[in-house]
Design a protein around this ligand. Structure first.
Ligand code: AMP
Length: 375
């Protein structure tokens, strides 16, 4: 093996990073609570609760990265005394706190919804007066997939919202953005400062969880340039190495940044088959100090998440052009356990594939047969 990369987290993102690393003769190790995790089939798992676990992990690899954005900063600090981690600690610290994240977007002149920091009932009342209703109240740290959020539509909900989220102590109140759709841009920056960006993904959610992504996002030629500019500002400012994701709202006034993820992202899974070099391979290349691969599109792609229950493998593979990725996770309602990449040849085939998938997937999806894709 040429190099070993230690990864904080051993979920499906770590699993797919290691799958991309293997052909490059790069091995991965994982720092995860339990042996029984999606990445376990690909490399050594160091149990994070065990005695001396962090030392064992630090000794297990040459260079480090992460797939879990709430990786404890204390662990990263211990690591950086001896070894390097990509992306940098600063990017992680900012992405872990929505207030720091919004402040950075402001600093780099990346548009965001108007917001206020909230740490008391009085400051919440003031935020409602300043921003008007509706507002989205979120915990500054720890939320994901829409958890830790409250949409306040009338003043008589203020006390309920405070009762639910107030115990988190640090909150952010954001103006409600009237967006037409949600998109994400994913980019990678190498150790030499070279930046490459994948086409925008249009993301559709179901009960707060990503249901499917369409790439390239339809009618996104102009948005692509703007989004690329925003994410490049972030990458260069943070002296970032690796893959970064920026989630954006499309509005009549243009793009508004929602949040960034300092890692590979669910809305980039399409790139395994749909791009010349996937987000996973380019992340590994960047962390290992290798030249980056092309992020060009091979074919327009729709990525559909498998949530809760597995479909029959043979039924999915019988669909022309479909690829199935299973994460070796047990079935549980609302859990991401796999994904399917569709690579239709035209819109009619996409409609057909979506109709078939809707029958095959055990859980209903926000998947409509009249989905638009530019081929
Ligand atoms: P987040 O955890 O910030 O990604 O938010 C989860 C989802 O809530 C987003 O994907 C949006 O659909 C919605 N959302 C978050 N913030 C806002 C906002 N300020 N205005 C409108 N919708 C929002």
């Amino acid at each position: 093996m040429d190099k070993t990369i230690g990864i904080f987290g051993g979920g499906q993102l770590g699993r797919m990073m290691a799958q991309a690393a293997l052909p490059l003769n790069i091995q991965c190790t994982f720092f995860e609570a339990k042996q029984d995790c999606p990445a376990a089939q690909l490399g050594q798992v160091i149990e994070s609760e065990a005695d001396q676990a962090i030392e064992t992990f630090i000794n297990s690899a040459d260079v480090f990265s992460l797939e879990f954005e709430n990786t404890p900063l204390a662990d990263v600090d211990q690591l950086t005394k001896k070894k390097q981690i990509h992306p940098p600690r600063q990017a992680l610290a900012i992405a872990q706190n929505r207030l720091l994240e919004k402040a950075l977007f402001d600093q780099l002149e990346i548009p965001v919804a108007a917001y206020r920091a909230v740490d008391s009932l009085q400051s919440l009342e003031q935020a409602v007066r300043d921003l008007g209703l509706p507002i989205v109240l979120k915990t500054a740290t720890g939320g994901y997939d829409g958890k830790g959020q409250f949409v306040l539509r009338s003043e008589d909900q203020i006390s309920q919202a405070w009762a639910e989220l107030g115990p988190a102590k640090s909150l952010i109140a954001e103006s409600f953005v009237r967006f037409s759709r949600e998109v994400s841009i994913i980019a990678v920056r190498g150790q030499d400062g070279n930046v490459k960006t994948w086409p925008l993904a249009e993301n559709h959610h179901h009960h707060g969880i990503l249901s499917h992504s369409i790439v390239p996002a339809p009618n996104s030629a102009e948005l692509q340039g703007v989004a690329q500019d925003y994410i490049t500002r972030l990458l260069n400012h943070l002296d970032y190495v690796g893959v970064l994701t920026l989630e954006l709202f499309v509005t009549e006034q243009g793009l508004y940044a929602n949040e960034m993820a300092p890692r590979v992202h669910n809305s980039g899974h399409w790139s395994i088959e749909g791009a010349v070099c996937s987000q996973f391979e380019n992340h590994i290349r960047a962390v290992a100090g290798l030249p980056l691969g092309s992020t060009e599109l091979v074919r327009p792609t729709v990525m559909v998440n498998v949530i809760g229950r597995y479909p029959e493998t043979a039924a999915v593979l019988a669909l022309s052009g479909a690829h199935l990725h299973l994460y070796n996770k047990t079935e549980r309602a609302g859990r991401k356990i796999g994904h399917i990449t569709l690579m239709p040849t035209d819109s009619a085939q996409l409609t057909y594939l979506c109709q078939q998938l809707a029958k095959i997937l055990p859980e209903p999806l926000a998947l409509t047969a009249d989905m638009q894709i530019e081929l």
